[in-house]
Design a protein around this ligand. Structure first.
Ligand code: ZN
Length: 623
């Protein structure tokens, strides 16, 4: 499993030089190309038929999710520079906490079944809060490059997390260019300018060498540094109380200013940083809507509070808050039934909150929805609404139009990691209902990894990620409120709430419907894979060369068998849709699943026969 954090502050992997992650290197214009591709493939999956309970569930919650409430929370927490356990993180938790309390969640477990808890997970650490900072040139031409007066400032990301404060009034230092051919101690007493990531320069020049600090203009390829010349990256360096150094990020434009000055002689800069370190643990906020059936499991909804971006992840935590308050109020007002399963919302530090909560033995978890970066304005950011599927064969053999990876790049998935589940097609069916109704350009991407969904998947719990990518402002200072499209955020909120309402109240009739969704998707998948296989086999270079033909046939057969196995498990997993393992209804459901499995075997046989040219055998499979 890929262990690189999706929203990791130091996501160096976009350049093969710095990391071991297999990245799809961004090309200019790819965002626009993907937008076109979305138009072509958003509706490849057959939409759920009319008058289904899923469609009804989405209609039921349409007035329940209050997008204005979500936007108000976003506006309130946007000024905070949120990092694990720091001042802005704690204030954001307090803001969400009071919203939940006002909606009826109770801290006192005796007073009701809708509970609100705060738990401190993980070890104590030094949490970092930026206060004010400036970077200016003093020689030869005086001028301020970047500055902020408080943590809400537009240029607030220019000082890396864990940078130490300078002495009051700042320090004036000679600027040197980074040169990888020089030994580390070459930079003693200076500040070093480079185009590598700040954390890399810090390691080389400050920790291993004698520099006092570094200045980097690095941006990921997905940030389009050639066009996005004023963006300042958001990054972190390791906490190091011995060196007490700093790392700064500058925009490409400001890097050019320093570069030009260095070309004509000596340059002196003044760095003034005020920041606060506080001993803190990382708090997780847990709100639970109690279910009616003690034998039923739990649905988890997770979003990370750390990281200061409006979209990453102010949008996710605000959406979850409005989901939780809207759902609880609708239940209490009798507009929606209380679900059979309990629903638990978690707000905390990415990875840590979900892993620690799972470690605290919360009982059986049937499904986890992870909400991370869900408000991007497509026009401004280039980011498309996406559902990241749990690992399926499309993560290994990615074939357009059904399997288009994002610029995040593919995860490390092996065939032995695959476990079929109804969840992928079920969630996409809900998304497609919303997409049809509102012209929302959502699509799915094969598993890539890097957010809280990994915590659940590593324990065998089905989990999908709701996100938007490729955002050219991802992890920069420009990921602020003006990049948020309330309509896209609302679509995520309504669809996720519709799924909670549908899945939370699951029963046999709904399980039948889910089985139909999975079967329809399997038919579509086999048709597409057959077409792919026939295209490969039809090339002259393959069809006229028996060795090539055998090799291609082998690979295509492996793909078909992998999908066949995956869908077999997906169909069998539909029994888990009914929350009571001892329900008499499950007998009838098992029979329907058997019939679907028979059809699946027929589909597999037909595709394999068509591929090997034994067309006379095709169609004889049991249907
Ligand atoms: Zn994130």
């Amino acid at each position: 499993m890929n262990v690189v954090r999706r929203c990791e502050l130091s996501r160096n992997g976009s350049n093969p030089k710095y990391g071991a992650v297999g990245w799809v290197v961004a090309r200019d214009g790819i965002a626009r190309a993907v937008v076109v591709a979305v138009a072509l493939c958003a509706f490849v999956l057959p939409a759920a038929a009319q008058d289904t309970s899923l469609r009804q569930a989405l209609a039921d919650v349409d007035g329940v999710f209050d997008v204005d409430e979500a936007m108000e929370i976003m506006r309130d927490i946007d000024p905070y520079f949120r990092d694990r356990g720091n001042d802005g993180y704690v204030r954001s938790i307090q803001r969400i906490f009071s919203e939940l309390k006002d909606a009826g969640f109770s801290e006192n477990a005796d007073r009701g079944i809708d509970r609100l808890e705060q738990r401190d997970f993980g070890r104590s650490h030094q949490a970092w809060t930026p206060l004010r900072a400036s970077l200016e040139v003093v020689e030869p031409d005086a001028g301020v490059l970047h500055a902020y007066d408080d943590e809400s400032g537009l240029e607030r990301t220019f000082v890396c997390v864990n940078s130490f404060p300078t002495k009051e009034g700042g320090v004036t230092l000679p600027l040197m260019r980074y040169d990888r051919s020089k030994p580390s101690d070459f930079y003693a007493g200076a500040v070093v300018l480079g185009t590598d990531p700040a954390e890399f320069l810090f390691e080389r020049c400050v920790i291993a060498g004698g520099a006092l600090g570094v200045i980097s203009s690095y941006l990921g390829e997905y940030n389009r540094p050639d066009e996005n010349r004023d963006a300042i990256r958001f990054a972190r360096i390791p906490y190091n109380a011995e060196r007490r150094g700093f790392a700064l990020n500058v925009s490409p434009n400001k890097h050019d200013v320093l570069d030009r000055l260095l070309n004509s002689g000596a340059v002196w800069v003044k760095v003034n940083i005020d920041a606060r370190f506080t001993e803190a643990r990382s708090r997780t906020l847990i709100a639970t809507i109690g279910g009616t059936d003690d034998m039923a499991g739990t649905v988890a909804v997770v979003g990370h509070i750390d990281e200061p971006g409006a979209n990453d992840n102010g949008s996710g935590v605000a959406t979850m808050t409005a989901m939780a308050t809207g759902y609880l109020q609708a239940i209490r007002e009798g507009k929606l039934p209380r679900p059979r399963r309990s629903v638990t919302f978690l707000w905390g530090t990415e990875f840590e909150c979900s892993r620690e909560w799972l470690r605290s033995r919360p009982g059986r978890v049937d499904l986890a929805l992870v909400i991370d970066m869900v408000g991007q304005d497509l026009e401004k950011t280039g980011a498309i609404p996406l559902v990241e599927r749990l690992p399926d064969p499309g993560a290994i053999w990615s074939r357009p139009p059904l399997d288009v990876h994002s610029e995040w790049g593919r995860g490390d998935v092996r065939e032995s990691d695959l476990r079929g589940s109804y969840v992928n097609d079920y969630v996409m069916a809900a998304m497609n209902i919303r997409a049809e109704a509102t012209n929302w350009p959502v699509r799915s991407n094969p598993f890539e990894g890097g957010s809280d969904h990994e915590s659940f998947l590593e324990r065998g719990i089905p989990s999908v990620l709701m996100w938007h990518f490729t955002d050219i402002y991802y992890h920069t200072n420009l990921d602020r409120l003006d990049k948020v499209d309330p309509a896209s955020l609302e679509s995520v909120g309504v669809t996720m709430l519709g799924l909670l309402h549908h899945f939370g109240s699951a029963g046999l009739q709904r399980a039948d419907e889910v089985l139909d969704i999975v079967l329809a998707a399997a038919r579509n998948r086999f048709a597409v894979e057959q077409e792919n296989a026939m295209t490969f086999l039809g090339f002259d270079a393959v069809s006229e060369d028996p060795v090539q033909r055998d090799l291609v046939l082998r690979r295509e057969r492996q793909i078909i068998l992998a999908w066949s196995r995956w869908y077999r498990e997906a169909m069998l997993s539909v029994v888990n849709y009914e929350p009571d393992p001892a329900s008499p209804d499950r007998v009838a459901l098992e029979e329907r699943i058997d019939a679907a499995l028979t059809e699946l075997r027929g589909l597999q046989r037909d595709v394999l026969a068509a591929m090997s040219g034994d067309d006379e055998d095709a169609g004889n499979g049991n249907r």
